[in-house]
Design a protein around this ligand. Sequence first.
Ligand code: AHR
Length: 539
Amino acid sequence: MFSLYRRRFLQQISSLGLALSGNALFSRFLEAQAKPSEGPARVLVDARRKISPLDRNLFGSFLEHLGRAIYEGIYDPDSKLSDAHGFRKDIVDEIRRMGVPIVRYPGGNFVSGYNWLDGVGPKDSRPVQLDKAWNSLNSNQFGTNEFMAWCRAVGTQPLMGLNLGTGTPEQAAALVEYCNVESGTQWSELRRKHGYPDPHKVKHWCLGNEMDGPWQIGHVTAKEYGLKAEDAARQMRYVDPSLQLIACGSSGPSMPTYLEWDREVLEECYDYVDGLSLHRYVGNTKEQTGEDSSKYMAINLTLEKQIAETLAVCDLVRGHKRSPKKLWLSFDEWNVWYRAGSGDAVNGHRKQAQHLLEEIYNLEDALVVGGMVNSLLRNADRVKIACLAQLINVIAPIMTNANGFFRQPIYYPYDWALQYARGSVLNLLVESPTYDVEGMGPVAYLDVAATLGDDGRTTLFLLNRDLAKPRQVEVVWQDKAPARVATASVLTGPDLKAVNGFDAPQRVAPSPLDKVSHASGRTTLELPPRSYSVVQWEA
Ligand code: AHR
């Protein structure tokens, strides 16, 4: 038993290496551990050891009025592939099949200059607006009601973004009234007049977007934003007390105001909100990884550091306020994004539906996204909403053209989370050989997360960070071994830089994970080098 706890301790240290890198004592300890080690890995699974029930909203996504996400992506009335509402049928079918639980809309940076009234009512009287965030045009032919109809068509829930840039708390409350009040008030009657007799019943709302960023329209200080968010939240709750409200936290750890922004905002609005947002985009860049793929494979651990630090601030303010309420986190933008982020890639040149932020993802990005999925799962006790940013065409797993769509490599780990992560997240013990990563100490080759469905199915999500060698894994069932393997798939390949496209849509795609042996309660796997796998067992 002692050695079990010692191993667990070592495992935690290795995954916290980044979080504690500022601590000299700990760094020395980590350095002492830093020698790459060899040998098989073990994953110890005990169904009684749970982190938390899994909120399916952990695998939401995001659609912004940006580039070809809305226009051409999901809404294209002139397309041969669209239905009577102008929705791309192939995309409706795909998102419905994936089961995306919640979709954030309409931004992003876009929302901070958006007047929701421009996007409702008769289509021929909606104005064509200049979207200053992306220097693009918005014909407003797709607005709040079209989004709600699209959500119903694909079977998802809306996560509505509010304009707290140029918008006022009064306008935010008016939108809640427009969406959620049945009838008999100015804004609910307007919705009915627009042809929507039933309220949309939107539960989750983001109080602005990245308000800490100097790039954000209406950017203010933390205190000013905190007061505005508090006022908006109060007015919105007068209209509908059942809302779940998310305040804007820091837009990333590289912000100079990181965490201090969160603290100051929460000191103003803690009592009025339920969650705090955080955002994160990573990349295999000189600054983040030295363009070293083996370091890139470990970058999901920095997400966990960000989550831990943000929660620490939430709980600090909770203490200050002597509040019984514990906030949860909304990781409402996360992804790989580092190529299509400047110049023409972010400039719409005052046209609609330009090719903006059309990042082309490769195999190594997909492995990193798999790692990020694992990190979110491990934090499912406090991260209740998370949105892969974004869904279609813009830094997206799905890319369209006039004739169809293809799936980018990052699609697969996200889709596996949607298909297989169910029930509760398990607290695993993972014993793994490590490798030394500059600035991070020893990092485990194996990164694993697991869920246990209400139907008794256990699923493991396994990242093998070893770029060169396969890794042997023994799964040790500490309480009861499952009956049989139901699914075993792997995403891997010889070329970390391989991508998909309309010409080769399946270049990077899952294949069966062959080397799985499950007999007499003993399970072993061989994970190929540079791979992300999902294995599910039936009880
Ligand atoms: O998702 C793209 C952009 O990234 C969003 O508009 C913004 O919130 C973030 O900076």
